[in-house]
Design a protein around this ligand. Structure first.
Ligand code: SF4
Length: 333
């Protein structure tokens, strides 16, 4: 099957129906032992120092892995993607555009989706058949999530990892399903982790994945990974068709739409506090102002850049934040 790179989550159902193997360039970048070489590749090719590391990383991952075609999300993802795909085109990479319309109207999403299907020469029936298959596997993602926040048997990092993998099903849908089923069986046999503080993580997935282990050392656990959970489409089965499914996907739309789901999950998961991760040089950092105003539980904003490990200052801030949450809990109990 032909490989096609993704700059973010897109309607993978269309690509699979067309016989492609989607590869999420973000996952390829961040799971690589040489992840910083991908950033170096981008900087050597002229990408500025003052640009988000994810953008440089996905560019480097695409070039170094010789991926010759990608889907570039022009609207609804990242303000830098437009320039990124222009450079990729210059390098001879074929770019298929897709947009999550800012209007967030179902008729506009349908128009975009139909255009995307036409581009790959597949029809709605083929796409719906793939969607039904994927939704059964997405149910396994929901199980992993419940094993995290209800049964306390999955740690925050595992929850993050399993859910981000749903963006491309690790490049092999059937193998992904088999592995996930056996992982879930193993997880069920575990004892609960028993951490006192229940945290939510919101924002783009972190460069610094050691965050999960770090908070666990201080008696806390991340039981909600907002954007990663969206990548796994937890409400897909409620959607009557592919159009509704991608209408209900919160990440590419405005902050208030995202916040409605975040507030619901704060209650459902009984969260004590939120960690809002932002990436250096990302426009989404500005949304922290709205987030802090609209959420009625404590929010700590941390920022990552190129390093894949937390820096000393962020560790100190996290430790102080968790101390404060612990005191608050004691006082309220
Ligand atoms: S972190 Fe922000 S700037 Fe970086 S790729 Fe994501 S949306 Fe774009």
């Amino acid at each position: 099957m032909k490989k096609i790179g993704l700059t973010t989550t897109v309607p993978i159902e269309v690509l699979l129906a067309a016989g492609y193997t989607p590869v999420d360039l973000n996952n390829l970048f961040i799971t690589s032992e040489d992840y910083s070489e991908y950033i170096d590749t981008a900087e050597k090719d002229g990408f500025p120092k003052s640009l988000c590391a994810w953008i440089k990383g996905i560019y480097g991952a695409c070039i170094q892995n010789n991926i010759k075609q990608i889907v570039g999300v022009m609207e609804g993802d990242c303000s830098n993607t437009k320039a990124l795909v222009e450079v990729m085109s210059l390098k001879g990479i074929k770019v298929y555009p897709f947009s999550f319309p800012h209007s967030h109207k179902i008729k506009d999403i349908k128009k975009e989706m139909d255009k995307f299907m036409k581009m790959f020469d597949v029809n709605l029936e083929q796409v719906e058949s793939v969607r039904q298959k994927l939704n059964k596997i997405r149910n396994l993602g929901i199980q992993v999530d419940k094993l995290t926040y209800k049964e306390d048997k999955v740690n925050g990092f595992e929850n993050h990892l399993y859910q981000v993998s749903f963006s491309d099903f690790n490049g092999d849908v059937d193998k992904f399903e088999t592995n996930l089923k056996s992982t879930i069986e193993d997880i069920r046999k575990r004892d609960p982790l028993k951490k006192n503080i229940r945290l939510g993580y919101i924002g783009v997935p972190p460069m610094t994945a050691d965050l999960y282990d770090f908070v666990e050392k201080f008696g806390a656990k991340i039981v909600y990974n907002e954007v990663q959970r969206e990548f796994a489409f937890p409400r897909a089965e409620k959607a009557l068709n592919i159009y509704e499914q991608y209408y209900d996907y919160t990440y590419p739309y405005d902050i208030n739409f995202r916040l409605d789901e975040i507030i619901e999950q704060i209650q459902e998961r009984n969260l004590d506090a939120i960690i809002h991760y932002t990436q250096a040089f990302c426009y989404r950092a500005v949304e922290d102002i709205i987030i802090k105003q609209k959420l009625d539980i404590p929010v700590l904003n941390i920022e990552g850049d190129k390093q894949n490990l937390l820096d000393a200052r962020t560790k100190l801030r996290l430790e102080a934040f968790l101390d404060m949450i612990r005191d608050l809990k004691r006082r309220n109990s």
